[in-house]
Design a protein around this ligand. Sequence first.
Ligand SMILES: Nc1ncnc2c1ncn2[C@@H]1O[C@H](COP(=O)(O)OP(=O)(O)O)[C@@H](O)[C@H]1O
Ligand SMILES: [Mg+2]
Length: 218
Amino acid sequence: MAFNPDTSLPNRHRLVLGATGAGKSQLIRAVIPARGIRMIGWDPDEDHDGHHFDNRAQFARAVARGVSSGKPFRLLWAGAIDLKTWEWWCALVFTALDGRTPTEILIEELADVSPSAGKATPKFGELIRRARKYNGGLTMASQRGTEISKTVYTQAAEYWIGRQEATDIPRMSRLAAVSEQRLAAVEPLHYLCKRGPDITWHRLKFEGQRRILTELTE
Ligand SMILES: Nc1ncnc2c1ncn2[C@@H]1O[C@H](COP(=O)(O)OP(=O)(O)O)[C@@H](O)[C@H]1O
Ligand SMILES: [Mg+2]
């Protein structure tokens, strides 16, 4: 069970949507601090730094140890991606949340664990609905915005929309509140960020090992 609920905590769940190669994983690496934080990830392709696991017992032990240590950690799941494992992972992540310490929850390739665009699976639904008040912020990435659960859309506070496949442009342009033409012109590593009614444009650049996200003026 998660501990120390605080209903005054803000919703900071974000959803990153873009075709393959749009730069979703790189964007996430730019927006989630590389060190000094608690991060638990679902990272099947090992796109992120941290300790990766493919054994459930070892992962669960590492999370429990990390939580009781009180220190920062980055623990990522890179094992099986079937729905049973996904639900196990979501339930485990929820138990690790502590309202006094922020936890970044990273989920890559969300469409792969989304059986339908309807209601979220039970444990994922519980995690996304309840993480906020236990200081958990979900950052979710998906190639296909049309395939993920409507629960994700009702819970996300912030959308990052990058280059889209042609078939996704009509729906994503409505979500982003920009024209289909504008969205079709988005280049890799360029993003629109929508928070409530506010829209900003950003570009990700690489300088050596560093990723720098700059706001563009449109
Ligand atoms: N060090 C780097 N310098 C410049 N571009 C990079 C670097 N690393 C990745 N990229 C670019 O990032 C993009 C892939 O980003 P990625 O986050 O893996 O995409 P996605 O997760 O959306 O499939 C490609 O356009 C690639 O050229
Ligand atoms: Mg990726």
